[in-house]
Design a protein around this ligand. Structure first.
Ligand SMILES: Nc1ncnc2c1ncn2[C@@H]1O[C@H](COP(=O)(O)OP(=O)(O)O)[C@@H](O)[C@H]1O
Ligand SMILES: CC(=O)N[C@@H](CCC(=O)OP(=O)(O)O)C(=O)O
Length: 285
């Protein structure tokens, strides 16, 4: 056997225990950032998800779409406004959020996965009252930004049990029928914990949690959630990483076995993380 065949077969053999570990288990992937806007990376994510489903892993895809919402708001002459990382969502904005997330982005992902031979079912938090929300109570009024009151997992579980990959956009519904805009990381973490998922993967545009956010060589591969307050106090976790890490902590505390932040700029990062001995990014335990 030449060396390249040896490497090829070793990679496949290495995948076996990981496939066995995750077989029939639920893995929630929050999809966003570069991996969603770059066509090549998007293709890689779609084929990864189809591969994982074909080997019996129950993948749930929760997607973002912040940049697409910004672009559409710009087209209709509305300025995007963020407060503490959350979009100020007035009556006009929630309409655009619904159109973009539940319409355009969600259906594009459903079609893309199907083009790769997968079976996808697009859902938003309003479907089957999957994400029951209420107005987020915050110091500054954020309009129709929602706080998750309850997740009904039946539509997701039914889709999985029928062989579909549920693709979820994070617009929730209030008891009065009002739609609410929910941050996709937050929703993914809550959905993962309600599903008692084996794993939550948050894709982002950085290698993971870094000791020094400007130096990729300072990756922290594993974090115990009890160390997070210390890391925050030391100023290691800042900016956009704060809500992301909070989601990881919440997911682990609520029973998700493993939560990992991975670099969505790396092609096939989901496969490397799930099915190789290496793993990538930062894992929270
Ligand atoms: N310790 C840290 N390690 C990595 N990134 C950090 C850290 N502290 C702050 N950040 C910042 O957080 C950003 C990731 O958050 P964000 O841009 O909100 O992600 P996303 O758009 O994927 O939701 C990084 O690009 C980086 O600038
Ligand atoms: C309340 C709030 O901010 N909602 C987000 C929902 C989409 C999202 O989270 O998309 P990314 O993951 O691409 O950032 C928004 O309106 O942009």
């Amino acid at each position: 056997m030449d060396i390249s065949n040896k490497i090829r077969s070793q990679i496949l053999i290495d995948a076996l225990p990981h496939i066995q570990k995750y077989h029939d288990k639920i893995v929630v992937v929050k999809y966003g950032g570069n991996a969603m806007t770059n066509a090549e990376l998007k293709e890689a994510v779609m084929s990864d998800i189809v591969l994982l489903s074909e080997v019996g892993i129950k993948v749930v895809l929760v997607h973002g779409g912040g940049p697409e919402i910004n672009a559409m708001l710009k087209r209709v002459g509305i300025e995007s406004k963020f407060i503490n990382g959350l979009r100020y969502t007035d009556a006009e904005t929630i309409d655009i959020v619904k159109m973009v997330l539940c319409g355009k982005v969600n259906k594009e992902l459903v079609c893309a996965l199907q083009l790769h031979g997968g079976k996808a079912l697009g859902l938003c938090g309003c479907d089957g009252q999957m994400i029951l929300a209420q107005k987020l109570d915050s110091e500054v009024d954020l309009g129709f930004v929602g706080d998750i009151k309850k997740v009904t997992t039946k539509p997701i579980v039914d889709a999985l049990n029928n062989g579909y990959v549920p693709i979820i956009s994070t617009v929730g519904v209030g008891e009065d029928g009002q739609s609410y805009n929910i941050n996709a990381d937050t929703a993914a973490a809550r959905i993962a914990s309600c599903l008692r998922a084996e794993k939550l993967i948050l894709m982002t545009d950085i290698v993971g949690l870094l000791e020094d956010k400007d130096d990729d060589s300072t990756l922290i591969p594993q974090v115990n959630v009890s160390d997070v307050p210390y890391l925050k106090k030391k100023g290691i976790i800042s900016g956009g990483m704060i809500p992301k890490i909070d989601c990881c902590v919440e997911a682990v505390r609520r029973g998700v076995k493993k939560t990992t932040i991975i670099d969505g700029r790396v092609p096939h990062s989901i496969l490397i993380e799930l099915l190789s001995n290496e793993g990538i990014g930062t894992q929270f335990i």
